[in-house]
Design a protein around this ligand. Structure first.
Ligand code: F6R
Length: 369
């Protein structure tokens, strides 16, 4: 049942091209409109959405953070991302014009379910992005967009994360279309590029040998930091979460711009730091800014483990290691950049002799508050 892989997690990491492809499959009608699996919200009401609030926990919340950048860019609708357990108790400001999007692999996470119920009581429209057919959260929601990652057995979420991000892109394009315009990027071009992502993820998975060696070499490491900007920020957070839950190593993700506001004090000679570098054509000159962040920490002795696009030569002088990802449009890069971080956590945990499918103290779905 592990399909020849030693663990479910490794199998699921390798299923990621399919998870993305299947989530895209048959999603648009002849007019290009997104097909929701279950839509109990009149389109007229969806067209008038004034704000989006995403509620989720853990890895699903990081998918939500990625979604915020894409949905805001394409629709200019303000998007807020709330941890579901915080949302419920902060007297959230939502009303009939708010679309509350929950993201959950299991569809059974109690914190997320309670947030959705709370939002519905306040009159919001609720949409569930979920991987499990017929589970509780989609049943409690007005609309459902299923991710088609297939069953995820390993406790640590991998393929569901990529499928969630994919579904969020579709939602962003759909909302843009309902409103009759995409503010940035051509929707058709984005869809075309999205369909090219499974092949790129597959290609990337074929070159993970060095990441595996790095992980095995670092089996005694006590702490790893992760840096990213823009969409690379949630990717960094997710990389840190994977390492905590699988390898029981202290790991922390930061927005790279935050470095000089505190975390740079943590940098001492030999400190490993992963840096997610955006593609050279990322807006706002972010590529150059991240390269100078790498330079800053390298000057203080950090071991810089850099994730950069194939054609990016600028990182070479400051990188202890470079992990190359295939080039892709900036907004879609999280689907690639997170993969080496998953693989790294998997192999570091394995090198420590840990059970990667069933880490200590964790359950696959958290059905208590
Ligand atoms: C991380 C992980 C958890 C889940 C979180 C939400 O690898 O598995 O952080 O992402 O518990 O679970 P779902 O998506 O089932 O609501």
């Amino acid at each position: 049942e592990k399909g020849g892989y030693p663990t479910f997690m490794e199998k699921e990491i390798h299923e990621q091209p399919h998870a993305v492809a299947d989530t895209l499959l048959g999603r648009t009608d002849e007019s290009g409109a997104l097909i929701l699996d279950d839509l109990r919200i009149p389109e007229e009401r969806l067209r008038r959405v004034e704000r989006v609030t995403i509620v989720a926990c853990g890895t699903a919340a990081y998918a939500g953070m990625v979604a915020k950048y894409a949905i805001e860019r394409w629709t200019r609708i303000p998007v807020e991302v709330a941890l579901a357990h915080e949302f419920r108790y902060c007297d959230p400001i939502v009303d009939e014009s708010t679309l509350v999007v929950s993201i959950s692999q299991s569809g059974e996470t109690m914190d997320t379910l309670m947030a959705v119920r709370h939002a519905a009581e306040l009159g919001a429209m609720t949409l569930s992005i979920c991987n499990t057919h017929g589970s509780t959260i989609p049943r409690a929601s007005d609309a459902v967009l299923y991710t088609h990652a297939g069953p995820e057995v390993a406790v640590a979420s991998t393929k569901a994360f990529l499928a969630q991000i994919t579904a969020c892109y579709l939602l962003g394009l759909y909302l843009a279309q309902l409103r009759g315009e995409t503010y940035a990027d051509d929707a058709k071009a984005v869809l075309r590029e999205l369909h090219a992502m499974p092949e790129r993820i597959g290609r990337l998975l074929g070159r993970m040998d060095r990441v595996r060696e790095m992980a095995e070499f670092m089996a005694d490491t006590r702490s790893v930091l992760f840096l990213g900007r823009h969409m690379g920020f949630p990717v960094a957070m997710e990389g840190a979460l994977k390492l905590k839950e699988l390898a029981y190593i202290h790991a922390e993700g930061f927005a790279a711009g935050e470095l000089k506001h505190g975390p740079i004090a943590l940098i001492e000679p030999g400190q490993p730091v992963f840096v997610v570098v955006p593609g050279p054509d990322t807006p706002h000159d972010l590529h150059r800014k991240v390269v100078s962040n790498i330079q800053e920490i390298r000057a203080r002795g950090a071991r810089t483990l850099v994730i950069a696009h194939d054609d990016d030569e600028d990182v070479e002088p400051f990188a202890s290691e470079v992990v190359r990802i295939p080039p892709c449009p900036p907004m879609l890069a999280p689907l690639l950049a997170v993969v080496p971080l998953q693989v790294f956590a998997l192999h570091l945990a394995s090198a420590k002799g840990l059970d990667v499918d069933q880490p200590r103290n964790l359950a696959k779905s958290v059905t208590v508050e």
